[in-house]
Design a protein. Structure first.
Length: 83
């Protein structure tokens, strides 16, 4: 598990990750940055920082054989195109 990068807050960490990696899930946020409430961070980025972020639902079958879904967050195309 990686520690929070320097003096960056969670919003800065997540936006940096989106810009460099393209997307993030709740599991990635927890494993890489120890961020447990990625949806709260995404909410702040959308509403306070006015960054367009989309969520795509992905499906998989868990080890128990049950179908499950999770969200993958990424920058909306208009945001991703800006320098």
């Amino acid at each position: 598990m990686a520690a929070l990068a320097g003096n960056k807050n969670q919003r800065e960490i997540v936006i940096d990750h989106l810009l460099t990696s393209g997307s993030i899930t709740s599991i990635e946020a927890f494993e890489k940055y120890n961020i447990t409430r990625i949806s709260a961070v995404i909410h702040l980025l959308r509403n306070k920082d006015k960054i367009a972020i989309k969520m795509d639902r992905e499906k998989y079958v868990g080890p128990d054989g049950v179908k499950k879904t999770f969200g993958r967050f990424s920058l909306a195309p208009a945001t991703a195109a800006k320098p």
